[in-house]
Design a binder for this molecule. Structure first.
Ligand SMILES: [Ca+2]
Ligand SMILES: [Ca+2]
Ligand SMILES: [Ca+2]
Ligand SMILES: [Ca+2]
Length: 208
């Protein structure tokens, strides 16, 4: 872990930018209650669009809350979270220029929250997983049950975040990106290549 964070700092410097999406107006977003909203912070700019399998997302809107942004897909009863019930919802982020994806943090996200009621006794009543697609690297989707997901510094023009199963419901609180890489000494490139390899291994293990 110590080695990874050392290389991370070296590769991205102090220039990593975090886009905050908490608050009813979406934090750093241009607004909520719309299908597409925009962000521009420290030279990182782009858009986010609300999508859903319900009605092809035609009436899907970005929702805002103190915990982060989600999707209301327009169907009666749909939760304002990104959820897999009443149509599977997702948010699609696009960047105006390629960035290095560092991490994303969710709200309303409880991997294994234990609950009790008299009919079921103790049981897991929330079991959030997020499905993350990084565009442009043919990696398909990765699923995560972590509140903060580390992309592994993938260079891309966008990504999307989707509910994985029927019982998933969460919002996006923030994401962090770094500028596209600048030339580094060969030794640093070797280190980063090794870390990317580890990231691939970790994803494969999670899929199986
Ligand atoms: Ca929803
Ligand atoms: Ca839904
Ligand atoms: Ca789940
Ligand atoms: Ca949840």
């Amino acid at each position: 872990m110590a080695v990874a964070s050392t290389v991370f700092v070296f590769a991205t410097g102090a220039q990593a930018t975090t886009i905050n999406l908490t608050g009813h107006d979406g934090g750093d977003l241009s607004g909520t209650g719309v299908q597409t909203a925009y962000f521009s912070e420290d030279g990182v700019s782009g858009s986010v669009r609300a999508r859903s399998t319900y009605d092809r997302g035609r009436n899907a809107l970005i929702t805002g809350s103190y915990s982060g942004v989600g999707v209301d897909n327009g169907r009666r009863g749909d939760s304002p979270d990104i959820d897999g019930a009443y149509g599977s919802d997702w948010l699609s982020f696009r960047f105006d220029t390629a960035v290095n994806l560092v991490s994303i943090t969710f709200g309303h996200f409880f991997p294994y929250s234990l609950d009790f009621d008299w009919s079921q006794g103790f049981h897991i009543d929330d079991n959030d997983d997020a499905w993350i697609n990084v565009r442009g690297d043919n990696a398909g989707y990765s699923s995560t049950d972590r509140r903060t997901f580390f992309f592994g510094n993938v260079l891309t023009n966008g990504f999307s975040v989707r509910a994985f199963e029927h019982n998933d419901d969460f919002v996006v609180a923030s994401f962090t990106v770094a500028p596209a890489p600048v030339p580094l000494p060969a030794s640093a490139l070797l280190l980063i290549g090794g870390l990317a390899g580890l990231g691939v291994l970790r994803r494969r293990r999670r899929v199986s």
